[in-house]
Design a protein around this ligand. Structure first.
Ligand SMILES: Cc1ncc(COP(=O)(O)O)c(C=O)c1O
Length: 642
């Protein structure tokens, strides 16, 4: 935990007080020099900003070793302090008390709780506890909700169907909330509305809602604290089972993309990757053309950390043709979209920072976020089988406002795994909400070129914001062939240069021949893209038909493009299914791999990248396996769902 302290006089400054309210806590009081001083802990989400001097309000730069800046959007300080400044404890106490009193006025809570609630709004760890007499003890606010759901948002997520059924209404309500957590519609750590608000939103009696909350609390699904309300949790028993499936399990054979062993295509059906096998004829023609050009490049040293100029220009031209004017200096060529994402993650955030991600999302992006010690903040998508939009924009805006994540990673173009497409109006709203929250958007456009009805493709998200706020990540893996390993970042030229400098820490440059192949393909992409789209559209229709025939009780999404279906199974057993799948020659990626918190047990992603015959056979095998997987449900989760 980094510390800063500040000169006494600054505590009298109004903005300094506000900064305390947004997460800086007075951590301890100890004599540093002859005067007593306080050390102030910066919130964990503060990011390293190394060389920038701190501009403490009213005082100008005070210490070049402290990298902090005032963020008007967050109304707080961001930065990492690396050496202490000083503050008098008396003025610090006064400032803290004023801050608490302000909060108390608003929320009517007592002073001790108000400190927690100040930090609660920021979603940050509370490392200090303050009272009239000074620092009390170190306290962790693990029950702090990441966002507070309004009654309207919660009711929208739960659905407005009457709570009828065999049991009492409070049980039905508790069951509905539990189910929404398990299928990812409600993110773990979200704060619930008060009993009174929810009762009014659902037109139920307050007693019914109170009884539902009590039941959930007893079963470990919510955690309640005076002053902070109730927060959604996963019960210990559930975490013991489904959370195991969130991360790839150790394997004995060679690791596949999801951490499970690869299956020999001759021996079984691998449903863990969302990329069409088999490069098409246009790719082979581009290879020939590129090979003919290669000798011109052999005279150089072969390094191009920004990418070959011809390819940068071709990618920029593609954006311009899509309605987003772009120049070559806004493009950095990478070794695929995953490389592009990891690079942006490393460069634009620091350990501990929040990264908002859809739930479900692309699991390898989740792995990268975890591995980089950033904190994935899930935003639940609605499960829509009618092709409607799964993004609740009002809730997304609220989540961004309340959590102010450093980054938000979204896949609005034929989302993996649902195949959904975000509308232009929603894109506009997304960018506005990100701007207000001070969040940088990382928009993964890996599937953008493989829509089934490409004529209606909305403008890229970056068309609605500036290039430092909206960063686009692209790839040709889905459009042409995964083996090309070519992707890119589109951003402001200054950021592109920074990313290119950063890439050399792990990778010097992309391969020349592959870049030339992609430049060839992008010069005349229509035939190759049409073939890919046609294959995917056909296989998607065949897979949906197989499900309708063989598994009519499954609830698949209706994809607008991309390469995957997201299927709700009749039972929450997708983890067990994935474990049993190799016994029948299948490889599956279970639902919990697509979210950060062990939920999504009722879901399975099925890519439609295999031949129609193999897809039908895969559905048949899964259907046969389901009773066994359902019976094998582990005690924890099944106990709560019975
Ligand atoms: C959404 C998404 N982003 C990124 C990737 C990785 O793409 P690449 O092969 O370009 O690294 C994938 C691959 O499945 C993906 O589905």
């Amino acid at each position: 935990m980094p510390y800063i302290t500040t000169p006494t006089s600054n505590w009298e400054n109004r903005r300094a007080r506000r900064s305390t309210g947004t997460g800086i806590t007075i951590r301890e009081s100890r004599p540093v020099t002859r005067r007593r001083t306080c050390v102030i802990a910066l919130p964990r989400s503060c990011r390293a900003a190394g060389s920038q001097p701190v501009h403490w309000p009213g005082s100008g730069p005070v210490d070049g070793s402290v990298g902090c800046r005032w963020s008007p959007a967050r109304q707080g300080w961001t930065g990492t302090a690396v050496s202490p400044l000083r503050v008098s404890d008396r003025t610090g106490v006064a400032a803290q008390k004023r801050c608490c009193n302000g909060d108390q006025d608003e929320q009517g809570e007592d002073q001790q709780e108000c400190h927690g609630s100040i930090l609660g709004c920021t979603g940050l760890d509370n490392n200090g506890h303050f009272s009239q007499t000074g620092i009390m003890s170190v306290q962790q606010t693990h029950s702090t909700p990441s966002i507070r759901l309004s009654a309207t948002s919660l009711v929208r997520r739960l659905g407005t169907e009457p709570l009828d059924g065999p049991g009492p209404a409070y049980r039905a309500l508790a069951y509905r909330i539990r189910s929404a957590v398990l299928d990812g519609r409600l993110a773990v750590d979200s704060g619930l509305p008060s009993e009174r608000e929810l009762a009014s939103g659902l037109s139920l009696s307050r007693t019914t809602v109170a009884a539902a909350y009590t039941l959930l609390r007893e079963d470990g699904w919510i955690d309640s604290r005076r002053g902070s309300g109730s927060t959604l949790r996963l019960p210990a028993a559930a975490t013991g089972s489904s959370r195991d499936l969130v991360r790839p399990q150790p394997v004995t054979g060679p690791a596949g993309i999801f951490g499970y062993p690869h299956l020999d295509p001759e021996e079984g059906i691998d449903l863990t990757t969302a990329c069409l096998p088999g490069a098409e004829e246009p790719v082979l023609r581009a290879l020939e053309a590129a090979t003919a050009q290669l000798p011109r490049y052999l005279a150089s040293d072969g390094y191009s950390p920004l990418g070959l100029p011809v390819l940068r220009a071709a990618i920029a031209a593609r954006y311009t043709a899509a309605g987003l004017p772009t120049t070559a200096d806004q493009i950095l060529v990478t070794n695929g979209a995953q490389h592009a994402f990891s690079l942006c993650l490393q460069e634009l955030s620091a350990p501990g920072d929040r990264v908002l991600m859809e739930c479900p999302t692309y699991p390898v992006a989740l792995d990268a976020v975890r591995a980089a010690r950033r904190s994935p903040a899930p935003f639940g998508l609605e499960h829509r089988t009618d092709g409607g939009s799964p993004w609740d924009m009002e809730l997304l805006a609220t989540t961004l406002r309340q959590t102010a994540p450093r980054l938000a990673y979204l896949i609005p173009d034929f989302h993996n795994p649902t195949g959904a497409l975000m509308s232009e109006a929603d894109r506009r709203q997304l960018v506005a909400a990100a701007r207000a929250a001070g969040t940088v958007l990382l928009i993964d456009e890996s599937f953008r070129e493989v829509g089934f009805a490409a004529t209606d493709l909305p403008l890229p998200v970056a068309a609605f914001g500036d290039d430092s706020r909206v960063i686009s990540l692209g790839s040709v893996s889905k459009a042409f062939w995964g083996g090309l390993r070519v992707g890119w970042v589109r951003a402001a030229p200054a950021l592109i240069d920074r990313l290119a400098a950063a890439r050399s820490r792990g990778d010097m440059s992309g391969p020349v021949l592959e870049q030339l192949i992609v430049a060839e393909l992008l010069a005349a992409p229509d035939e190759a893209l049409a073939r890919q789209r046609e294959r995917l559209a056909h296989r998607s229709a065949e897979l949906l038909a197989a499900i309708a025939d063989l598994a009519p009780d499954w609830r698949p999404t209706t994809p607008h493009g991309g390469a995957t279906l997201w299927v709700q199974l009749p039972q929450p057993c997708s983890g067990e299914l994935a474990l049993l799948a190799p016994t029948v020659g299948l490889r599956l990626a279970p639902g919990p791999r697509f979210g950060p918190d062990g939920t999504l047990e009722s879901f399975l992603r099925i890519p439609f990248t295999q031949s129609p015959e193999r897809l039908r056979e895969a559905v048949r095998r899964i259907v046969d396996l389901l009773p066994q997987a359902g019976n094998a449900r582990r005690v924890g989760v099944s106990g709560f769902l019975a």
